[in-house]
Design a protein around this ligand. Structure first.
Ligand SMILES: C[S@@+](CC[C@H](N)C(=O)[O-])C[C@H]1O[C@@H](n2cnc3c(N)ncnc32)[C@H](O)[C@@H]1O
Length: 200
């Protein structure tokens, strides 16, 4: 039987505490976040359009901003472990669907979505194997994923705290491939790189 999830101890947001959540809100709701309009959101929309994706799960949706940056006819579900950020998401984006959960235990049925994306979350995950298993489980066969995570070669990550997990391209792809997730395209911007792929 699958291990049940303890949201108090079993998610990496024990390091993404209220202080981190407040800092994240200040970052994402401040002017500095406008840079995302030039890179993250165009890539996210291109991924949706290129692959005819009709419905998505946003893993680690934070304060919910991505729900407002995708085509309006895309069915959106945000999954977020932090009660605090979830509350903020529901306040700012009342028409979007947000659920409490973790990358390690997505509150969605198996083979239920055509697209899954996760932005600036994967490098916070200590157990990428468990997250890959969940990502693969919820995707329909042939479903698509889009992951933005820390590019370990970028100088911005030279001095990282212990809760940032920098993984090489080989490590990331090996874990995904084990869970039938095959990268089809990748690229880099600022201190991040992104991976697009399919469940095979
Ligand atoms: C840097 S923020 C990014 C938020 C959002 N993806 C965005 O780009 O606007 C990192 C997010 O990862 C979430 N997070 C941390 N551990 C997680 C886990 N185990 N499962 C899912 N999300 C997690 C945090 O609570 C936080 O919302």
């Amino acid at each position: 039987m699958a291990k049940s999830l303890n949201l108090n101890t079993d998610v990496d947001d024990k390091t993404f505490d209220k202080k981190s959540a407040l800092e994240w809100i200040a970052t994402i709701e401040g002017e500095g976040a406008s840079v995302r309009e030039q890179d993250i959101y165009p890539l996210l929309n291109k991924w949706i359009w290129d692959n005819d994706i009709t419905d998505v799960v946003d893993i680690g949706s934070g304060q919910g901003v991505c729900s407002s940056k995708i085509p309006v006819d895309t069915v959106y579900t945000g999954v977020e472990p932090s009660e605090f950020l979830l509350g903020r998401a529901k306040l700012h984006y009342p028409d979007a669907n947000f659920l409490r959960g973790s990358a390690y235990e997505l509150p969605l049925p198996s083979s239920s979505v055509t697209g899954a994306f996760s932005i600036a979350v994967w490098h916070l995950l200590s157990d990428s194997e468990r997250a890959a298993h969940e990502l693969s489980r919820v995707l329909k066969p042939g479903g698509h994923y889009f992951i933005v995570t820390a590019d370990p070669q970028h100088p911005a990550w030279k001095q990282t705290p212990d809760h940032i997990f920098l993984r090489s391209e080989t490590e990331l792809n090996a874990v995904w491939f084990k869970h039938r997730l095959k990268t089809t395209r990748m690229g880099a911007f600022r201190s991040f790189w992104y991976f697009e792929g399919r469940k095979v």
